[in-house]
Design a protein around this ligand. Sequence first.
Ligand code: SF4
Length: 292
Amino acid sequence: MPPGHQGAAPSGDLMRRHKIGSAVPEARPPHRAGRAPGYTWTMDTRAQRSPAKWESWNPVTGCTKVSDGCRHCYAERFAERWRGIPGHHYEHGFDLQLRPERLVLPLRWKRPRRVFVDSMSDLFHEGIPDNYVRAVFSVMERAPQHVFHVLTKRPERMLALAPSLPWPANVWMGVTVESGRYAARADALRRVPAAIRHVSAEPLLGPLDALDLTDIDLVIAGGESGPGRRPPQPGWLRSLRDRCLTASVAFTFKGWGGSSQTSGGRLLDGVEWNQSPLVAAAPGGPVQQPLF
Ligand code: SF4
């Protein structure tokens, strides 16, 4: 997913260059109603680590809890460690703060990066002004060399603002669905004209049989980490994986969680699930690699 979005499938040359020859093409409609045009969908089934460089971009920091998945919010835990330390970036802990000085950062990064937007907040938090959300989307539109992952637990506000936002092809829009109780978040996501729509099932706290996968491109699942973690049951993950495979939705499993994010390993039934929607790039642009 990429700059310019010319609507072309990856050429053989492009595929060789990015070593994706084993990608399995899937028959999918190239364009769906309301979508940004110009992406081609294939599924990369190789179990290998991504060479892509991840970057966090936090034009906002701080948040407030909205659902069960927030209980052990790592961002809160991190930010609150520094509360009250004069001059520290997190002097005000996890209080919501706009960071306009960071808005331009992606425009300065010349090499393509995969960017997690607001890993320390939720871009659709009710305390963030509409114009500020628009400014963040405008920067993403002006930085087509990167792929931006936006993830929210506030799909109602995302939906309300969607008509006033640009939806460039390099923005992957996602919602967290940590259990069946929040499956309706994916309904809101389906109504947003993002080029790639993804569901984050992390931390997975219950079965997702109620999750409708229609028009979802990618599901990323994972267990919780850190003190008080709530481990996922293998059956929830198997069922989710199998439903994704049946529906030709890319499935990535980040791992079981544990005392640290990596301590439980990443294998599910002996396989490292590392699929991603693979999107054609403009000449010279990036092609999607496995995410993690
Ligand atoms: S929405 Fe995300 S950032 Fe905000 S409290 Fe919940 S887990 Fe933390």
